[in-house]
Structures are given as structure tokens and as C-alpha cells.
Write a protein that binds this ligand. Structure first.
Ligand SMILES: [Zn+2]
Length: 177
């Protein structure tokens, strides 16, 4: 586990930074992706592809394909956005203060390409209490069964994300309006 994490860290850190012009991003992304990733937009809750996805795999940046989150850290937050307790490796993302709304928020961006992914809130269910609230269209899920050259650690029937219900639907959704 630890060794895998180190290898993943090395893989992330050694990735070259992606720098494209605004026109290039606009050409490469769908309009919805461009609005979220490059204009810090927010997709509507419960509208994205992954908020209710329970497949095993790694969630990559939809803009530059850097690995960002794993299905192991994904949990049902009840907010309508894919939620994670932590990034795949800490170096995969960068945090930025965001004061565009009345409440202070911490914006999460892809380290490799600087694209907007979502926000992190301190109301998660994991040990760190972090909830990485990420837009589906910022992500692309690569299924775990895809032969990515790793050791054959598949077939562990996944779905071990604690069925804790995440019953704290206390209106956190408004935090992303
Ligand atoms: Zn990226």
C-alpha cells in the first residue's frame, strides 16, 4: 500500500505541467467541461456522470489525464457531486483560497494543468473530515480492470465504501451554489 502510494506520487510529480492557450482548451474540451475546468464553473448537483457511480477505478483529470482520485476514497455525501476523502496522492491537486462566494471556500485544482476541479469542505466522513467535492465533468474514470500494467490487484469485489449513509443532508449542497 505504502509502496504503491510512493510510486503513484512519483508518477504524479514527474508528469510535465500542461500549459495550453485558452483557445486550445476550448477546442479540446466540451463546452460544459470548459466552463467548469477553465472558468471555475459548477455543474448542477445530481446532474453529473459520477455522483452516483460506484465503479472501481481511478478518476483522472478530464483536461490533462493526470490521476487525481481513487474509487477507494469516494463516498456518498448526499450532495449530488462526486465526493472523496482525499486525493489519490496529495501532490495531485493544489488548494487555493476562494472568496467569490460569501462563505470562504477552498478551491481544488489539478496540479498538472491548473484546471478547476471543485472545492474541499471540512465536513467529510473520513478520518481527516475533508470532503473533496468535485465536478463530474472535471473527471474521467478509468476502470480498475483496465490492464494498466500494475500488479494484478483486481477482483477484490470493491464496494467497501462504508455504508454509513452519510445522513448529514444538512443543506451542505448550498455551499456550492
Ligand atoms: Zn489536469
Amino acid at each position: 500500500m505504502l509502496r504503491r502510494r510512493c510510486a503513484a506520487t512519483a508518477a504524479v510529480v514527474s508528469r510535465p505541467a500542461v500549459a495550453k492557450s485558452d483557445d486550445e482548451w476550448r477546442a479540446d474540451l466540451t463546452p460544459a467541461q470548459y466552463r467548469v475546468l477553465r472558468r471555475s464553473g459548477t455543474e448542477r448537483a445530481f446532474s453529473g456522470e459520477y455522483w452516483n457511480c460506484h465503479d472501481d477505478g481511478t478518476y483522472h483529470c478530464a483536461a490533462c489525464d493526470a490521476p487525481l482520485f481513487t474509487s477507494q476514497s469516494k463516498f456518498d455525501s448526499g450532495t449530488g457531486w462526486p465526493s472523496f476523502t482525499e486525493p489519490a496522492v496529495a501532490e495531485a491537486v493544489t488548494m487555493h483560497g476562494d472568496r467569490r462566494m460569501l462563505i470562504r471556500r477552498t478551491e481544488v485544482r489539478c496540479r498538472c494543468c491548473g484546471s478547476h476541479l471543485g472545492h474541499v469542505f471540512p465536513d467529510g466522513s473520513g478520518p481527516t473530515r475533508d470532503r473533496f467535492c468535485i465536478n463530474s465533468c472535471s473527471l474521467r474514470l478509468r476502470p480498475a480492470t483496465g490492464a494498466t500494467g500494475d500488479t494484478g490487484t483486481r477482483g477484490t469485489s470493491g464496494a467497501t465504501t462504508g455504508a454509513t449513509g452519510a445522513a448529514d443532508a444538512s443543506g451542505e449542497g448550498s455551499a456550492t451554489g
